[in-house]
Design a protein around this ligand. Structure first.
Ligand code: NAI
Ligand code: MG
Length: 360
């Protein structure tokens, strides 16, 4: 049976970068005889404008039916003033993540040698950086109940959230991380705060238990405050890191910025069966939307992740990553990664260059 990919361009630069990523996907689809069926649907602000809601039933149904989803980005000032949070563009994204149970967030932070100057860290600290952060995305303190703001005795207000993970939630994200580590350098660092938080004492216990199933992967543990420090001090000590939703939110942004270039970073959000949504780490960049300035490489690299993790087409994924490296070697740069002596190109020129590199 042919597999199907749902493309959700979204808002701002979303449609521009997705157009380029689609060129790449269509090329490898044909070349490798994948027989992928590629459909498009509305999400975010684009969906609000057309239907009144950020995640129309039709889009959700198509997302559920798809084998993988490619998303551009959602949101923008046009919709940010809506006082009804239920019809904000971001709800479209969160809706897909939760409705599809996309609990496993994979965020690689790779520093391309051609862009070494973009990092704020010294070249010797970051050159060759290639780490993967695995973040739990649908549980933990961002979702725990009860939560809210209430009044205590004496009219004093207090805000409260609940940090909770059950062992099954820990086990399934642990498996994603061990599998990812197995496919890479076989080193996994689990990040917790087991000296203070009981949830993460259980987290540590489950990771230890899982490690018996993965004797080839070397497991270590680190407290989150130290992990933040080590990421900046000596990031290359890490291969794969696994952590909960909130710690992962913070650490993955920090790790991303070690590479200095938001326009280069892809991500994946996976369910238990390997189905996933793939998107660049950046947002809809309304400040440059419609100007052909956006860097499409994060989205193109998201296509590579999609091929590798959801479509079992690792060879095509490798080829796309090599093609991206090649266009950087050729000195082509969009504005966000531009530096002296390089040639500045538009969104479409960058996409075409990747296609040309794949065809070469
Ligand atoms: P942003 O990532 O959209 O932009 C931050 C800065 O990076 C801007 O100066 C932008 O021009 C630049 N930038 C981002 N992607 C780029 C690319 N591919 N090429 C070149 N430059 C790029 O973050 P910001 O400004 O905080 O948010 C803008 C909108 O995007 C908001 O409505 C926000 O809610 C939404 N957003 C959506 C996300 C998603 O769809 N997953 C994630 C983050 C933000
Ligand atoms: Mg974040």
């Amino acid at each position: 049976m042919s597999k199907n990919v749902l493309v959700l361009p979204g808002d701002g630069i979303g449609p521009e970068i997705v157009t380029e990523a689609r060129k790449v996907l269509e090329l490898v689809n044909e070349r490798h005889g994948m027989g992928l069926e590629i459909n498009e649907a509305l999400v975010g602000g684009a969906a609000i404008d057309a239907t009144g809601v950020p995640l129309p039933e039709e889009t959700l149904a198509a997302a559920k039916a798809a084998d993988a989803i490619l998303l551009g980005a959602v949101g923008g000032p046009k919709w940010d003033t809506n006082p009804d949070f239920a019809i904000r563009p971001e709800k479209g994204l969160l809706g897909i993540r939760s409705q599809l149970g996309l609990f496993g967030n994979l965020r690689p932070a790779i520093l391309y040698p051609q862009l070494a100057h973009a990092s704020t860290l010294k070249p010797e600290v970051v050159s060759g950086l290639d780490i993967l952060i695995v973040r739990e995305l649908t549980g933990g303190i961002y979702f725990g109940q009860p939560r809210g703001v209430r009044e205590k005795e004496g009219g004093i207000r207090e805000g409260f959230n609940t940090y909770v993970y059950d062992e099954n939630e820990i086990r399934r994200i642990g498996r994603v991380a061990f599998e990812a580590a197995r496919a890479r350098d076989k080193r996994l660092c689990s990040v917790d705060k087991a000296n203070v938080l009981e949830v993460t004492v259980l987290w540590r216990e489950i990771m230890e238990e899982l490690s018996k199933e993965y004797p080839d992967v070397e497991l270590s543990h680190m407290y989150v405050d130290n992990a933040a420090m080590q990421l900046v001090r000596a990031p290359k000590q890490f291969d794969v890191m696994v952590t909960g939703n909130m710690f992962g939110d913070i650490l993955s942004d920090a790790a991303a910025m070690l590479t200095g270039s938001i326009g280069m970073l892809p991500s994946a959000s996976l369910d238990e069966n390997g189905k996933g949504m793939y998107e660049p780490c950046h947002g809809s960049a309304p400040d440059i939307a419609g100007e052909g300035k956006a860097n499409p490489l994060a989205t193109i690299l998201s296509v590579a992740m999609m091929l590798r993790y959801s479509l079992n087409e690792g060879e095509a994924a490798d080829q796309i990553e090599a093609a991206v490296s090649k266009v950087l070697d050729q000195g082509l740069r969009t504005g966000d990664i531009m530096s002296e002596g390089m040639r500045q190109v538009s969104t479409a020129e960058m996409g075409d260059a990747v296609v040309a590199a794949l065809n070469a």
